[in-house]
Design a protein around this ligand. Sequence first.
Ligand SMILES: *[C@@H]1O[C@H](CO)[C@@H](O)[C@H](O)[C@H]1NC(C)=O
Ligand SMILES: *[C@@H]1O[C@H](CO)[C@@H](O)[C@H](O)[C@H]1NC(C)=O
Ligand SMILES: *[C@@H]1O[C@H](CO)[C@@H](O)[C@H](O)[C@H]1NC(C)=O
Ligand SMILES: *[C@@H]1O[C@H](CO)[C@@H](O)[C@H](O)[C@H]1NC(C)=O
Ligand SMILES: *[C@@H]1O[C@H](CO)[C@@H](O)[C@H](O)[C@H]1NC(C)=O
Ligand SMILES: *[C@@H]1O[C@H](CO)[C@@H](O)[C@H](O)[C@H]1NC(C)=O
Length: 415
Amino acid sequence: MAAKRQLIVPAATWAIRNIFQSLVALLIALLFFAAVYVTQNNVQLVEDRLITSKRSRDLLLSSPPRCNLFSGKWVFDNKSYPLYKEKDCTFMSDQLACEKFGRKDLNYQFWRWQPHHCDLPRFNGTKLLEKLRNKRLVFVGDSLNRGQWVSMVCLVDSSIPPKLKSMHYKQNGSLIIFKATEYNATIEFYWAPLLVESNSDDPVNHRLPDRIVRVQAIEKHARYWTDADILVFNSYLWWKRSQMEVLWGSFGSPDGIHKDVIMPRVYEMALRTWSEWLEVNINRNKTQLFFVSMSPTHQRSEEWGGAKNGNCYGETEQIVQEGYWGKDTDLKMMGIVESVLAELITRGLNVQIINITQLSEYRKEGHPSIYRKQWEALTEDQISNPSSYADCIHWCLPGVPDVWNELVYAYILQH
Ligand SMILES: *[C@@H]1O[C@H](CO)[C@@H](O)[C@H](O)[C@H]1NC(C)=O
Ligand SMILES: *[C@@H]1O[C@H](CO)[C@@H](O)[C@H](O)[C@H]1NC(C)=O
Ligand SMILES: *[C@@H]1O[C@H](CO)[C@@H](O)[C@H](O)[C@H]1NC(C)=O
Ligand SMILES: *[C@@H]1O[C@H](CO)[C@@H](O)[C@H](O)[C@H]1NC(C)=O
Ligand SMILES: *[C@@H]1O[C@H](CO)[C@@H](O)[C@H](O)[C@H]1NC(C)=O
Ligand SMILES: *[C@@H]1O[C@H](CO)[C@@H](O)[C@H](O)[C@H]1NC(C)=O
């Protein structure tokens, strides 16, 4: 506008007009270059956005044909793995520290999970802690879930200087809280092996001959994780028996009714109590929910074509047969989990399953076997027959549970 007004000034001489024309030309040129520059940047931005959204779409399990994170294969990768060193983890558990307890074949530490149709994001402890700032991440379940919690703590451990982290035991050890002070973030574990109330709720003394469960009572536990921001549940192995004694009424009260209920009916009753609790108490806008599927055991080597009477003891290689399922893995129970979670979705609650069952089935060499702390002195009979006391249930760290956490991490990043 200013330029136009100048141009119609009648007194303008040729020289002035020339200068003006040059200036206008210069201005147009500048505008042109600026426009080209902005457009190029926009193209760049649009491209970036496309790439990001493609990546995050790749991670969406809710569109399974695109990429199912749980369908894939193990790839030997000793460049990036293990994600931490066993001896460097401040809070490592003696139950899972296989190298410390004499294991010599360490290949179990070097495997990456590669989904068939996409890549898992690379684990970054700092990034996770930033996501967890002012938040509570709580694992709830049994000793397998506790192993996964130890793995998660080890995964972020090296990203936090010694003075800025701590571990606290609450409620007689039922609740263990790892705190990253600088982030005001906690990664916690709550012991509730059956999720609902039972006579196995003591985190130390729970090896009782008769298991009694109050399938309709969960509040005793749930009040410790009501306001968590991220919840990771599991519950499976403790239900693996043909039936369970159910108590209606409370422990210690004389008028309680006891009744044996067969599996998997009793499991379903407990999961319904759990899901009803979530429905009423979870803030859908705040809390992200996960359920970790059954962790397979390797107690009978016959199942994978090994020796009779053997188990995971002495195993150093994976099972390579794609789609392998052990006989111990209860697909009926898996089906119950699936249907309970599907019902929750219809009520607006999304519990993401972390489907670790198949991928862990391959890892018969990933268990502590005899390489862990023994809580009781071994007998001569046991020493002469190591497979008799091999632990083929839990998992060495670093190892398989780190990958379970990489899967959880993928969903937390996306949230
Ligand atoms: C990784 O494994 C390969 C093959 O077994 C071996 O040659 C190499 O030295 C290993 N690298 C490291 C860093 O351990
Ligand atoms: C991890 O994440 C942090 C924070 O987002 C970033 O600064 C750092 O470069 C990342 N590290 C790696 C190895 O990518
Ligand atoms: C620290 O985190 C807790 C949740 O774990 C939150 O309630 C509290 O407000 C946070 N504190 C600050 C100072 O942000
Ligand atoms: C801790 O254990 C003691 C003894 O068994 C018991 O009296 C107390 O109520 C327990 N405290 C909590 C918070 O569970
Ligand atoms: C959750 O978010 C929705 C929409 O943003 C809002 O209407 C609702 O009140 C929120 N609920 C809670 C419990 O904060
Ligand atoms: C878990 O994955 C296995 C194998 O990919 C599949 O057969 C099973 O149905 C899945 N279970 C759930 C609950 O998603």
